[in-house]
Every structure is written in structure tokens, then in C-alpha cells.
Design a protein around this ligand. Structure first.
Ligand SMILES: [Fe+2]
Length: 332
């Protein structure tokens, strides 16, 4: 069972083994995966939780000019992302921020390879707002409804994964619209702490299949896509494909995957102490490595009040990839 407080065993900073030292403790090849001892994993995960909690306590970095970060601002952003795979920025002069400056901020962190689709404008940004006034049945991200836990682009194959995204708040809702965020690496660790076979089951290449997406006329807009939940990227990071939606998704009908899925849902439901809840104000934004996220429902008194810009990227955030020891990464 999950400990009632997952952070209860987190070491004090002075007693934590530095990450570089930890890496030398681990096996170097995936074939040695099974040789890992429980204490190897616990050392890594305790350090991870300690670093992560530090960011949760102080997740905001203030920015004077998003078009030209100071070295201090950039270092603060990168440091937080390396520890928690996410950071919140706060522009001191929100009224001076436009779509170009949002993309300029991203570019200074190595984020330039945008994912474009039918929801993005000519600059590559999607405007997230309640579209019900102009569209009868908007998809959930473009409505005022709550969004349950997911990673972005879970319907893509692993070689086209969304590695990072940015959400920038132009206007907040009159009420609601809180963002919920949790590092997927933390969820991986909590699951693995329960039983390593759970994360192994979720690395199955057919663990999660998204059926083909068709137009009303039956034309295939996006082909069916099967893939793992957890997978390792080429640069040694852990990535995750996941959605908690119940419809238009097929989970592998095997006992290991079904058990792991139930445990994953339970871990996520019990990890509220490790969730960052933040309602973005105008001029604030989230930059992250496509972590697990959700959104509460919101109410706009003024139509189209809440407006967030979203940019998705194919590359990770430069200088902030916290590669896991090889032996802790999923083996495909
Ligand atoms: Fe999302």
C-alpha cells in the first residue's frame, strides 16, 4: 500500500547522496535492471522527492522581460525544471506580453520545434478559451469543463511525443480554472515503490491504444495509435503517455496492465500532497516537460473571459533534462 504520506521518508538535505554519486551506484545497462536493489531505487527517489518538494514550496520565478531573460532568471527557471520538470513564471508587466514574447521566452529555453495542428494559429499557439458561444460541441480543452489527468499528445506515438509545453495566461476566469500539476516522474517512483512490476507492465508497447479519430463523414483524421504509458526518451528522460478519459481509449486486456492501471489511478488519487495547485493570473505561465496535469471547471461571467495560450514542443527544455539512471528507465 502507498504510505499515507509519501514524503515521510524524505531525507534531510545534508544526508542525501548527491545525484552524481547515486548514478555510479546503478547498473549501467538495461540488462542489469533486475540486479537493482531496493535501496538503490530508494536513494534516487528520496532525492527526487526532496528536490521536487523544494519546488512545490516555491514554484514561481519572476521575469522582468520575457523577450530577454537575465541569466539569473534563466538559471532559476532551468533549476526548477531540472528538479520538478515544471516551473511557473510571473511576468512583472503582463500588459506588455504578447504572443511573440511568449514564443521568445520559450525559444530562450531551447523550445522552438512547435507541434502544430488544427487548433493552432499561424504562430503555432492554441488559444484555450470557452468556445461554446461559437461552437455547439467544443472539445473539453476548449470548453469551461474540468479536464481530468492527462499528458499532452497522449495520442501520438513515442517518436512524435510532446516533450514540453507552455501555458500562458492572458486572462483568468471569473472563478475556477485552477491548474493541477504533478511530475510524472514522481508518479513513476510511487508506483515503482509499490512494486517494480507495475511500471514494467505499463511499458508494454500496446498498453494504451487510442482508436482512429474520424470526421463525421468517416474520414480518418488521425490513425489509431498504440504505445506504452512509460517510456525512455533518447536523451535518457522518462516520458509518459496517459489519459484518464474513459471513452475512446483501449487499455490492453492483460492482468498485469489492468492491475498496473488500477494502481496508477489509486496512486494519482492519493498523491494530493504532491500536486501543485495554481490558478494562473494574467502574465503567469507554466513551462514543463509534459507532466501530468488537470484543470478544474471554470465560470466566465464575461464571455471569453478566460484565455490561455498553449504551445507544445517536440524538444525538451535545454539544460534541464533530468536524465534518470539507465537502470531506472523503462526497458522497451
Ligand atoms: Fe493538456
Amino acid at each position: 500500500m502507498l504510505q499515507s504520506n509519501p514524503l515521510s521518508s524524505v531525507s534531510r538535505e545534508s544526508s542525501v547522496v548527491p545525484v552524481k554519486s547515486i548514478r555510479t551506484l546503478f547498473a549501467k545497462t538495461s540488462s542489469e535492471y533486475n540486479l537493482l536493489t531496493h535501496s538503490n531505487f530508494e536513494s534516487w527517489f528520496e532525492q527526487k522527492l526532496f528536490d521536487y518538494q523544494q519546488v512545490l514550496r516555491n514554484p514561481v520565478v519572476e521575469i522582468t522581460n520575457p523577450r530577454k531573460l537575465t541569466s539569473f532568471e534563466r538559471t532559476a527557471l532551468i533549476t526548477a525544471i531540472a528538479k520538478a520538470n515544471m516551473v511557473i513564471y510571473r511576468c512583472r508587466t503582463p500588459e506588455q506580453v504578447n504572443q511573440e514574447s511568449i514564443l521568445s521566452l520559450a525559444a530562450q529555453l531551447g523550445l522552438t520545434r512547435l507541434d502544430r495542428d488544427t487548433t493552432t494559429n499561424h504562430q503555432g499557439l492554441a488559444a484555450l478559451a470557452d468556445q461554446r458561444i461559437v461552437t455547439a460541441k467544443p472539445s473539453i480543452p476548449f470548453s469551461s469543463a474540468a479536464l481530468n489527468w492527462h499528458t499532452d499528445g497522449y495520442y501520438y506515438p513515442t517518436d512524435q511525443a510532446i516533450r514540453a509545453f507552455l501555458l500562458h495566461c492572458e486572462r483568468r476566469a471569473d472563478s475556477g480554472g485552477c491548474n493541477l500539476l504533478i511530475d510524472h516522474t514522481v508518479i513513476y517512483g510511487l508506483l515503482r515503490r509499490r512494486d517494480p512490476s507495475l511500471v514494467t507492465a505499463l511499458t508494454h508497447p500496446n498498453a494504451m491504444t487510442i482508436p482512429a479519430y474520424r470526421s463525421e463523414q468517416g474520414t480518418v483524421i488521425r490513425a489509431a495509435c498504440a504505445g506504452p504509458v512509460f517510456f525512455a526518451t533518447k536523451d535518457g528522460a522518462l516520458a509518459m503517455r496517459y489519459t484518464s478519459r474513459q471513452r475512446h481509449i483501449q487499455w490492453k486486456k492483460s492482468e498485469p496492465v489492468q492491475t498496473a492501471l488500477n494502481q496508477l489511478r489509486e496512486v494519482l488519487a492519493q498523491a494530493s500532497d504532491l500536486v501543485l495547485e495554481h490558478t494562473l493570473e494574467a502574465g503567469e505561465g507554466i513551462i514543463c516537460h509534459n507532466i501530468l496535469h488537470a484543470r478544474s471547471a471554470f465560470t466566465d461571467v464575461t464571455p471569453h473571459s478566460r484565455l490561455l495560450y498553449r504551445a507544445r514542443f517536440r524538444d525538451p527544455i535545454r539544460g534541464s533534462v533530468a536524465a534518470l539512471p539507465t537502470s531506472l528507465l523503462p526497458t522497451a
